[in-house]
Design a protein around this ligand. Structure first.
Ligand code: PHB
Length: 364
């Protein structure tokens, strides 16, 4: 096998995961229109991938006002909690372990998803980017994001609290971990970034101030469900959704130190090259390993050949596979025998039904 270390078990939080091949959180936009809840197809989609060490379920709205993509799910209503319970139960029945990624999309949203109101963001600066809404026929279409409104200082605590409630709801729904989405130009990453955040209060300006929201969310989620169940995904040096941090070295160092001190279950690094920015430097990987005392998941443009030397050097502990796991429900089994992989069908990435969701073939 090209990457035998991927098949080694790994202790994360209170779980011993059977291997280091994780499912990356993937936005598929196939949830119900009425309730923003996963369907029985999602039960099959996730449970058919349960042979991975950890499945990280798709980005899920912490609140109705945090929504930004038509067809994305939520975790703030009883119906959503019930629907997610079916997913976690099916995964557990196959001895799988599953996390829920929780997000607020901030300015990456559109008025039509928010009862005609502008999205909330650190500052009223429109993102260069787009999102998905429903057209008149109920089909997904891409549109430019709406101009956001600045979150008033006195409303920030309520959004932080929404993350904590969402995390609790995820645990109620049977998730083993919660992953806070701090990456890719969504709300937390908007606070981090001076292009999106020009606030004059204690949430803008200095590195300490711009990262205040992130640490408040982390601390609230940890208080709600425990550090051993809390992970976070960040994307240092990334450039996505009009939110570039390619030169933010000091911010990356500061975040990593603060996250390490909190003793989380894992730190998930979405590496910049998945979305066209430069790959992480070896320098940074070594610094990360030294300053972050915990489990590090790497993600972004990985295959077995990229994974093995980084695992061998101890620079990462596990790999989250996105596109290749999407197209190969039995990715762990395939990697174990160096089997060829199904190609990804980009046309069925978002929305629709079974096609491109639960019909990618397994080896057998
Ligand atoms: C996407 O749908 O393109 C997407 C969603 C969430 C991410 C990254 C990309 O974190």
């Amino acid at each position: 096998m090209h990457a035998p270390l991927l098949l080694q078990p790994l202790k994360v939080g209170n779980h011993t995961l059977k291997n280091r091949i994780f499912l990356a959180p993937l936005t598929r936009l196939r949830n119900t229109k009425e309730d923003l809840a996963p369907t029985d197809l999602a039960v099959e989609y996730y449970s058919s991938r349960a042979s991975g060490g950890l499945l990280i379920a798709e980005a899920t709205n912490i609140s109705a006002t945090g929504a930004g993509y038509a067809g994305a799910p939520g975790i703030y209503s009883d119906k959503q909690i019930k629907a997610w319970s079916k997913v976690t139960q099916a995964v557990h029945e196959k001895q799988g372990v599953i996390a829920l990624q929780i997000w607020h999309t901030g300015r990456i949203s559109h008025k039509s998803l928010l009862n005609g109101e502008a999205p909330w963001a650190p500052s009223s600066i429109q993102a260069v980017g787009n999102t998905h809404i429903y057209d008149e026929k109920g089909e997904l279409k891409r549109v430019a994001t709406s101009i956001p409104r600045e979150i008033p200082l006195q409303n920030i605590a309520a959004i932080v609290a929404d993350y904590a409630v969402a995390a609790k709801n995820a645990v109620t729904a049977g998730f083993d971990f919660v992953e806070i989405h701090g990456a890719h130009g969504y709300l937390i990453d908007q606070f981090l970034n001076p292009q999106a955040n020009i606030r004059k209060d204690q949430y803008g300006g200095s590195i300490t101030n711009r990262s205040r929201f992130l640490f408040e969310v982390v601390d609230a989620v940890v208080a709600a469900i425990g550090a051993n169940r809390t992970g976070i995904r960040i994307s240092p040096f990334g450039d996505f959704n009009g939110n570039s941090s390619v030169h933010e070295h000091e911010m990356a160092d500061y975040m990593i130190k603060g996250l390490s001190e909190r003793g989380l279950a894992f730190l998930h690094i979405s590496e910049p090259d998945w979305a066209g920015a430069l790959p992480l430097s070896m320098d940074f990987r070594q610094k990360l390993r030294k300053s972050y005392l915990g489990i590090i998941i790497g993600a972004g443009a990985y295959n077995a050949e990229k994974a093995q030397p980084l695992l061998a050097a101890g620079l990462i502990d596990a790999v989250a596979f996105g596109r290749s796991y999407l197209a190969n429900p039995d990715l762990p089994e395939r990697l174990a025998v160096d089997a060829p992989l199904n190609a990804l069908d980009l046309k069925t990435l978002y929305g629709g039904g079974k096609k491109g969701y639960i019909d990618y073939p397994t080896l057998a």
